[in-house]
Design a protein around this ligand. Sequence first.
Ligand SMILES: C[S@@+](CC[C@H](N)C(=O)[O-])C[C@H]1O[C@@H](n2cnc3c(N)ncnc32)[C@H](O)[C@@H]1O
Length: 284
Amino acid sequence: MASQAQHPHLPLPDYFSKFASIYVRQTGNSTLNILADVITENVQTSAHPVRPDSVVHDTAAGPGIGAAALVARLPKDQLPKEMLVSDNVAMMVSAARESLVASPLPHVDCKELDSQDLSSVPDNYFTHSINNFSIFTFVRPADAVRETYRTLRPGGLAVVTCWRRFAPMFIVHAAQKKIRPDLPLMPTPSPEFYEEGVLQKVVEESGFAKDDITMIDKVLLVTDDENIAGLTMLISGPMMSKARDGYTEEEEARWVESVRQSVKEEVEQFGGIRFEAYILLATK
Ligand SMILES: C[S@@+](CC[C@H](N)C(=O)[O-])C[C@H]1O[C@@H](n2cnc3c(N)ncnc32)[C@H](O)[C@@H]1O
Protein backbone atom coordinates (compact mmCIF):
# COMPACT_ATOMS: atom_id res chain seq x y z
CA MET A 1 0.00 0.00 0.00
CA ALA A 2 1.03 3.62 -0.46
CA SER A 3 4.03 4.53 1.60
CA GLN A 4 5.04 8.08 2.34
CA ALA A 5 8.19 9.80 3.44
CA GLN A 6 8.54 9.78 7.23
CA HIS A 7 10.37 12.04 9.58
CA PRO A 8 13.86 10.54 9.98
CA HIS A 9 13.70 10.70 13.78
CA LEU A 10 10.56 8.59 14.05
CA PRO A 11 10.45 4.82 14.22
CA LEU A 12 7.36 4.81 11.99
CA PRO A 13 7.86 2.17 9.31
CA ASP A 14 7.62 3.53 5.79
CA TYR A 15 4.98 0.98 4.78
CA PHE A 16 2.36 2.69 6.96
CA SER A 17 -0.86 3.67 5.16
CA LYS A 18 -2.05 7.26 4.90
CA PHE A 19 -4.80 6.93 7.52
CA ALA A 20 -2.42 5.20 9.92
CA SER A 21 0.17 7.92 9.33
CA ILE A 22 -2.39 10.64 10.06
CA TYR A 23 -3.32 8.82 13.28
CA VAL A 24 0.27 8.62 14.49
CA ARG A 25 0.95 12.21 13.40
CA GLN A 26 -2.01 13.52 15.37
CA THR A 27 -0.98 11.56 18.45
CA GLY A 28 2.47 13.12 18.05
CA ASN A 29 3.70 9.51 17.74
CA SER A 30 3.18 9.28 21.50
CA THR A 31 1.48 5.86 21.67
CA LEU A 32 3.89 4.39 19.12
CA ASN A 33 7.07 5.82 20.64
CA ILE A 34 6.21 4.82 24.20
CA LEU A 35 5.31 1.27 23.16
CA ALA A 36 8.46 1.00 21.04
CA ASP A 37 10.53 1.97 24.11
CA VAL A 38 8.62 -0.52 26.28
CA ILE A 39 9.40 -3.28 23.79
CA THR A 40 13.10 -2.46 23.73
CA GLU A 41 13.62 -1.58 27.39
CA ASN A 42 11.13 -3.80 29.22
CA VAL A 43 9.78 -6.66 27.08
CA GLN A 44 12.97 -7.75 25.29
CA THR A 45 14.96 -7.54 28.54
CA SER A 46 12.35 -9.58 30.46
CA ALA A 47 12.12 -13.34 30.94
CA HIS A 48 9.49 -13.30 28.15
CA PRO A 49 10.94 -11.51 25.11
CA VAL A 50 9.15 -11.61 21.76
CA ARG A 51 10.93 -14.21 19.61
CA PRO A 52 10.46 -15.77 16.17
CA ASP A 53 8.22 -18.48 17.68
CA SER A 54 5.95 -15.95 19.48
CA VAL A 55 2.25 -15.48 18.77
CA VAL A 56 1.29 -11.88 19.54
CA HIS A 57 -2.07 -10.12 19.87
CA ASP A 58 -2.41 -6.35 19.73
CA THR A 59 -5.94 -5.67 20.98
CA ALA A 60 -7.67 -2.30 20.38
CA ALA A 61 -4.68 -1.73 18.14
CA GLY A 62 -5.86 1.38 16.31
CA PRO A 63 -4.18 1.32 12.87
CA GLY A 64 -1.68 -1.38 13.92
CA ILE A 65 0.47 0.45 16.47
CA GLY A 66 1.73 -2.70 18.25
CA ALA A 67 2.84 -4.26 14.98
CA ALA A 68 4.52 -1.02 13.93
CA ALA A 69 6.38 -0.83 17.24
CA LEU A 70 7.60 -4.44 16.91
CA VAL A 71 8.75 -3.88 13.35
CA ALA A 72 10.48 -0.66 14.36
CA ARG A 73 12.41 -2.24 17.22
CA LEU A 74 13.07 -5.92 16.38
CA PRO A 75 15.43 -7.24 13.72
CA LYS A 76 13.50 -8.85 10.87
CA ASP A 77 14.61 -12.35 11.85
CA GLN A 78 13.32 -11.86 15.40
CA LEU A 79 9.76 -10.82 14.46
CA PRO A 80 6.98 -13.10 15.80
CA LYS A 81 5.81 -15.89 13.49
CA GLU A 82 2.15 -14.92 13.99
CA MET A 83 0.39 -11.69 14.90
CA LEU A 84 -3.27 -10.77 15.37
CA VAL A 85 -4.09 -7.07 15.11
CA SER A 86 -7.63 -6.25 16.23
CA ASP A 87 -9.86 -3.26 16.87
CA ASN A 88 -13.64 -2.83 16.95
CA VAL A 89 -13.59 0.11 14.50
CA ALA A 90 -13.63 -1.05 10.88
CA MET A 91 -11.61 1.91 9.61
CA MET A 92 -8.81 1.23 12.09
CA VAL A 93 -8.72 -2.43 11.04
CA SER A 94 -8.60 -1.60 7.33
CA ALA A 95 -5.83 0.97 7.90
CA ALA A 96 -3.86 -1.66 9.79
CA ARG A 97 -4.50 -4.25 7.06
CA GLU A 98 -3.46 -1.89 4.23
CA SER A 99 -0.30 -0.98 6.09
CA LEU A 100 0.78 -4.36 7.28
CA VAL A 101 0.37 -6.19 3.99
CA ALA A 102 3.76 -4.73 3.03
CA SER A 103 5.39 -5.19 6.44
CA PRO A 104 8.13 -7.71 7.15
CA LEU A 105 5.94 -9.59 9.66
CA PRO A 106 5.81 -13.26 8.57
CA HIS A 107 2.06 -13.67 9.19
CA VAL A 108 -0.38 -11.01 10.33
CA ASP A 109 -4.18 -11.11 10.56
CA CYS A 110 -6.18 -7.89 10.99
CA LYS A 111 -9.68 -8.43 12.41
CA GLU A 112 -12.61 -6.44 13.70
CA LEU A 113 -12.95 -7.75 17.26
CA ASP A 114 -14.26 -6.45 20.56
CA SER A 115 -11.44 -6.58 23.13
CA GLN A 116 -14.08 -7.31 25.77
CA ASP A 117 -15.32 -10.44 23.94
CA LEU A 118 -12.69 -12.43 22.08
CA SER A 119 -14.86 -15.57 21.94
CA SER A 120 -13.56 -16.46 18.44
CA VAL A 121 -10.06 -16.85 19.96
CA PRO A 122 -9.27 -20.09 21.85
CA ASP A 123 -7.98 -20.16 25.43
CA ASN A 124 -4.20 -20.10 26.02
CA TYR A 125 -3.41 -18.99 22.45
CA PHE A 126 -1.02 -16.01 22.59
CA THR A 127 2.49 -15.77 24.01
CA HIS A 128 2.14 -11.95 24.22
CA SER A 129 -0.81 -9.60 24.43
CA ILE A 130 -0.53 -5.84 23.92
CA ASN A 131 -3.23 -3.40 25.04
CA ASN A 132 -1.69 0.02 24.36
CA PHE A 133 -3.44 3.18 25.63
CA SER A 134 -6.93 1.78 25.07
CA ILE A 135 -8.16 0.49 28.44
CA PHE A 136 -9.72 3.84 29.37
CA THR A 137 -11.81 3.74 26.18
CA PHE A 138 -13.51 0.44 27.05
CA VAL A 139 -17.01 0.35 28.51
CA ARG A 140 -16.05 -2.82 30.41
CA PRO A 141 -12.28 -2.67 31.02
CA ALA A 142 -12.33 -5.62 33.43
CA ASP A 143 -13.88 -7.85 30.72
CA ALA A 144 -11.10 -6.85 28.32
CA VAL A 145 -8.43 -7.85 30.86
CA ARG A 146 -10.27 -11.13 31.55
CA GLU A 147 -10.18 -11.85 27.81
CA THR A 148 -6.48 -10.98 27.67
CA TYR A 149 -5.87 -13.40 30.55
CA ARG A 150 -7.98 -16.17 29.02
CA THR A 151 -6.35 -15.99 25.59
CA LEU A 152 -2.79 -15.79 26.96
CA ARG A 153 -0.77 -19.00 27.39
CA PRO A 154 0.45 -19.88 30.87
CA GLY A 155 3.77 -18.05 31.14
CA GLY A 156 2.63 -15.53 28.52
CA LEU A 157 3.19 -11.78 28.92
CA ALA A 158 0.58 -9.01 28.79
CA VAL A 159 1.52 -5.35 28.27
CA VAL A 160 -1.19 -2.90 29.32
CA THR A 161 -0.53 0.84 29.19
CA CYS A 162 -2.56 3.89 30.16
CA TRP A 163 -1.97 7.59 30.63
CA ARG A 164 -0.94 9.22 33.84
CA ARG A 165 -0.76 12.64 32.16
CA PHE A 166 -2.44 12.90 28.77
CA ALA A 167 -0.95 16.20 27.68
CA PRO A 168 -3.53 17.11 24.99
CA MET A 169 -6.25 17.24 27.66
CA PHE A 170 -4.24 19.73 29.75
CA ILE A 171 -3.72 21.87 26.65
CA VAL A 172 -7.43 21.68 25.74
CA HIS A 173 -8.36 22.82 29.24
CA ALA A 174 -5.86 25.70 29.12
CA ALA A 175 -7.30 26.78 25.75
CA GLN A 176 -10.87 26.57 27.10
CA LYS A 177 -9.98 28.72 30.13
CA LYS A 178 -8.67 31.48 27.85
CA ILE A 179 -11.98 31.77 25.97
CA ARG A 180 -14.83 30.67 28.28
CA PRO A 181 -13.52 30.03 31.81
CA ASP A 182 -17.13 29.93 33.00
CA LEU A 183 -18.01 26.76 31.01
CA PRO A 184 -17.23 23.20 32.20
CA LEU A 185 -13.90 21.74 31.12
CA MET A 186 -14.05 18.99 28.51
CA PRO A 187 -14.39 15.62 30.29
CA THR A 188 -11.85 12.88 29.76
CA PRO A 189 -12.96 9.23 29.32
CA SER A 190 -12.60 7.06 32.45
CA PRO A 191 -10.52 9.62 34.41
CA GLU A 192 -10.05 7.11 37.24
CA PHE A 193 -7.34 5.42 35.15
CA TYR A 194 -5.10 8.49 35.63
CA GLU A 195 -4.98 7.72 39.35
CA GLU A 196 -2.10 5.67 40.71
CA GLY A 197 -3.05 2.04 41.39
CA VAL A 198 -6.29 1.88 39.39
CA LEU A 199 -4.87 0.05 36.35
CA GLN A 200 -3.11 -2.42 38.63
CA LYS A 201 -6.29 -3.04 40.62
CA VAL A 202 -8.37 -3.74 37.50
CA VAL A 203 -5.73 -6.15 36.16
CA GLU A 204 -5.45 -7.92 39.52
CA GLU A 205 -9.21 -8.26 39.87
CA SER A 206 -9.50 -9.68 36.35
CA GLY A 207 -7.25 -12.72 36.67
CA PHE A 208 -3.57 -11.81 36.98
CA ALA A 209 -1.85 -12.55 40.30
CA LYS A 210 -0.47 -9.55 42.21
CA ASP A 211 3.03 -11.09 42.33
CA ASP A 212 3.10 -11.50 38.55
CA ILE A 213 2.51 -7.79 37.86
CA THR A 214 5.25 -5.19 37.37
CA MET A 215 4.53 -1.47 37.10
CA ILE A 216 6.83 0.98 35.30
CA ASP A 217 6.46 4.74 34.79
CA LYS A 218 7.44 6.35 31.51
CA VAL A 219 7.71 9.98 30.49
CA LEU A 220 7.72 11.11 26.88
CA LEU A 221 8.65 14.70 26.08
CA VAL A 222 7.55 15.59 22.58
CA THR A 223 9.96 18.22 21.32
CA ASP A 224 10.20 17.98 17.56
CA ASP A 225 8.24 20.42 15.42
CA GLU A 226 6.49 17.75 13.30
CA ASN A 227 5.01 15.94 16.32
CA ILE A 228 4.08 19.20 18.06
CA ALA A 229 2.32 20.30 14.85
CA GLY A 230 0.45 16.95 14.70
CA LEU A 231 -0.72 17.25 18.29
CA THR A 232 -1.74 20.87 17.71
CA MET A 233 -3.85 19.67 14.77
CA LEU A 234 -5.53 17.03 16.95
CA ILE A 235 -6.35 19.54 19.68
CA SER A 236 -7.58 22.18 17.22
CA GLY A 237 -9.81 19.78 15.29
CA PRO A 238 -13.04 17.76 15.54
CA MET A 239 -11.71 15.24 18.10
CA MET A 240 -11.88 18.01 20.69
CA SER A 241 -15.12 19.61 19.48
CA LYS A 242 -16.77 18.99 22.86
CA ALA A 243 -14.42 21.60 24.31
CA ARG A 244 -16.31 24.22 22.27
CA ASP A 245 -19.83 23.23 23.34
CA GLY A 246 -21.80 26.40 23.99
CA TYR A 247 -19.39 28.65 22.03
CA THR A 248 -20.60 31.49 19.82
CA GLU A 249 -19.22 31.76 16.29
CA GLU A 250 -16.85 34.47 17.48
CA GLU A 251 -15.57 32.25 20.30
CA GLU A 252 -15.16 29.29 17.91
CA ALA A 253 -13.05 31.52 15.69
CA ARG A 254 -10.63 32.14 18.56
CA TRP A 255 -10.09 28.40 19.27
CA VAL A 256 -7.12 27.72 16.98
CA GLU A 257 -5.16 30.69 18.33
CA SER A 258 -6.02 29.76 21.92
CA VAL A 259 -4.73 26.21 21.31
CA ARG A 260 -1.56 27.56 19.68
CA GLN A 261 -0.91 29.76 22.72
CA SER A 262 -1.64 26.91 25.14
CA VAL A 263 0.75 24.58 23.28
CA LYS A 264 3.41 27.30 23.52
CA GLU A 265 2.86 27.58 27.28
CA GLU A 266 3.09 23.78 27.71
CA VAL A 267 6.39 23.73 25.80
CA GLU A 268 7.74 26.67 27.84
CA GLN A 269 6.79 24.97 31.11
CA PHE A 270 8.10 21.46 30.37
CA GLY A 271 10.55 21.90 27.50
CA GLY A 272 8.12 19.99 25.24
CA ILE A 273 4.68 18.40 25.35
CA ARG A 274 4.85 16.12 28.36
CA PHE A 275 3.15 12.73 28.40
CA GLU A 276 3.35 10.45 31.43
CA ALA A 277 2.29 6.81 31.29
CA TYR A 278 1.73 3.78 33.48
CA ILE A 279 3.16 0.62 31.95
CA LEU A 280 1.92 -2.67 33.35
CA LEU A 281 3.58 -5.99 32.55
CA ALA A 282 1.79 -9.10 33.77
CA THR A 283 2.56 -12.77 33.28
CA LYS A 284 -0.06 -15.52 33.40
C1 LIG B 1 -6.57 5.66 22.03
S1 LIG B 1 -6.72 4.46 20.76
C2 LIG B 1 -5.23 3.50 20.99
C3 LIG B 1 -4.89 2.75 19.76
C4 LIG B 1 -3.56 2.02 19.73
N1 LIG B 1 -3.57 0.88 20.65
C5 LIG B 1 -2.39 2.91 20.04
O1 LIG B 1 -1.47 2.45 20.72
O2 LIG B 1 -2.35 4.05 19.56
C6 LIG B 1 -7.99 3.42 21.40
C7 LIG B 1 -8.43 2.34 20.40
O3 LIG B 1 -9.29 1.43 21.08
C8 LIG B 1 -10.28 1.02 20.17
N2 LIG B 1 -11.39 0.44 20.96
C9 LIG B 1 -12.21 1.08 21.83
N3 LIG B 1 -13.07 0.21 22.39
C10 LIG B 1 -12.78 -1.02 21.87
C11 LIG B 1 -13.31 -2.32 22.06
N4 LIG B 1 -14.32 -2.56 22.91
N5 LIG B 1 -12.77 -3.35 21.37
C12 LIG B 1 -11.76 -3.14 20.51
N6 LIG B 1 -11.21 -1.92 20.27
C13 LIG B 1 -11.71 -0.87 20.95
C14 LIG B 1 -10.59 2.27 19.38
O4 LIG B 1 -11.25 1.98 18.17
C15 LIG B 1 -9.20 2.85 19.19
O5 LIG B 1 -8.61 2.39 18.00
